[in-house]
Design a binder for this molecule. Structure first.
Ligand code: ZN
Length: 441
């Protein structure tokens, strides 16, 4: 079966997915919902498993990472596993545990910066709150639920230029002092500062009236921009949205694995905490994938042989060469938007791509008539990294790092081309139907 969504259909799925996924918890929930609807069976990691060839499964961990697996009818030893990896998290502002601040009669919330956020674009946005709350039930049990205020409930106003005449020349941002959002103004008579957990409890009851919650025990809540993702440009050449890095790649993998062949085995892994190094129980540097493979193939020698016949496409956005800042790229390696996915290469193994995995990817692109580009950072500049080298070194699977060229990465509103995510989706779909072992001899 070939890929079934055309470019417009795919991009519409992408935009609606991003809008309904303001946090990694929501992204995981969105993926799980689609998988369930398509007949994937959810496995409980705490239960015994009895996996059967020809069936489709998924597991979640921490509500923020997910593995989907198509157990092909053909022998794993003969065909290996087609793996695609992406991450569910994006840089953002996270609410502190005791966040309430009452200054000059304004309620503000203390925030931490999660990941390498570009902070300037967070000012003067219509912000909302979303994430996970853990609560006590009426039966004194612990449970968690996702909440999303959806409405703009906060903002971080800029300081006017009249109060900082050097703003356009030298303004820097102090993350403790300058990015504290404002949520409300107290009335003249109002002296008591609202408790944030009480606000969350009220919101939980509003969103989930059936839940018997008596107290919010703790929370992982972040701020996000309520501006909807959009097609922009005179010819609508671009997609503007928050969290394109890396929900775009999650959607590419999801839409592709939904159409994966039943004959061969395919896996999609979307993990949290990439923006902070991936070291966690559910991050790419944790044991989630390795443990899944151990339960799928308990015999060590067989598992190693299957991994040798497998390949991972690690999909994470790449930097497109910016027309205002062309010197930030190597002159021969500046990817353009709408000119195809980018193969990422780094001599110091910040990317896991090898000539063999890259060769495989280029050949796949050629067969599909999909354009492909190559990125290597300027030799005098540092290079970002991603889950590719981490998964490759943890599991031992050969890997290629690729991604869609993007502007304004880690901004609250990033920019990608309308063609590239669909190109990557076409490649991922073909990859998930690749009929034989991923061994290059
Ligand atoms: Zn990323």
């Amino acid at each position: 079966m070939s890929s079934v969504l055309d470019q417009t259909e795919f991009n519409q799925q992408l935009l609606s997915f991003i809008q309904s996924s303001p946090t990694p918890f929501h992204a995981t929930h969105s993926i799980a919902t689609r998988l369930s609807l398509a007949g994937f069976i959810e496995l409980d990691e705490a239960a015994a498993w009895d996996l059967k060839a020809g069936k489709r499964y998924f597991i979640k961990r921490n509500d923020s990472s997910i593995i989907a697996f198509v157990y092909g009818k053909k022998s794993l030893l003969d065909t290996g596993i087609r793996m695609l990896g992406a991450h569910t998290d994006s840089p953002c502002l996270k609410v502190k545990p005791q966040p309430e601040l009452n200054r000059k009669g304004y309620l503000q919330l203390g925030v931490e910066v999660y990941g390498g956020a570009l902070l300037a674009p967070w000012f003067d946005r219509d912000l909302s709150l979303a994430g996970r709350v853990t609560y006590k039930t009426t039966e004194n049990k612990i449970a968690s639920a996702l909440i999303d205020f959806k409405q703009p409930v906060a903002t971080i106003p800029s300081l006017a230029i009249h109060l900082d005449r050097e703003a356009n020349n030298s303004r820097s941002i102090n993350a403790q002092r300058d990015i504290v959002p404002v949520l409300l103004q107290f009335g003249q008579e109002q002296t008591l500062t609202p408790n944030f957990k009480s606000i969350l409890l009220a919101q939980l009851k509003k969103e989930c009236p059936h839940i018997a919650a008596t107290q919010i025990l703790d929370f992982e809540i972040s701020l996000y921009d309520t501006q909807a993702p959009a097609f922009i440009g005179l010819q609508r050449d671009f997609i503007a949205s928050a969290r394109l890095d890396n929900l775009l790649s999650c959607v590419v993998g999801l839409e592709a694995i939904l159409q994966a062949s039943d004959e061969v085995s395919s896996l999609l892994i979307c993990t949290d905490h990439e923006e902070v190094g991936s070291t966690s129980c559910c991050g790419a540097k944790g044991p989630m994938l390795q443990q899944f493979l151990e339960r799928l193939i308990p015999d060590t020698e067989t598992r190693i042989r299957v991994i040798e016949n497998s390949l991972m496409i690690s999909a994470d956005n790449a930097h497109g060469v910016h027309p205002n800042f062309m010197d930030r790229h190597d002159e021969n390696h500046g990817p353009l938007l709408n000119r195809g996915p980018v193969v990422k290469i780094n001599a110091n193994q910040r990317y896991a791509t090898t000539s063999e995995t890259s060769g495989f990817f280029h050949l796949l692109c050629e067969q599909l008539q999909v354009p492909v580009q190559v990125f290597v950072a300027r030799t005098d500049m540092g290079c970002g990294s991603t889950i590719g080298p981490i998964v490759s070194s943890e599991v031992g699977v050969k890997t290629i790092d690729v991604g869609v060229p993007t502007f304004a990465m880690h901004s609250i509103r990033e920019l990608a081309g309308v063609a590239d995510a669909h190109y990557l989706y076409q490649i991922a779909s073909a990859f998930y139907q690749y009929p034989s072992a991923l061994r290059f001899v």
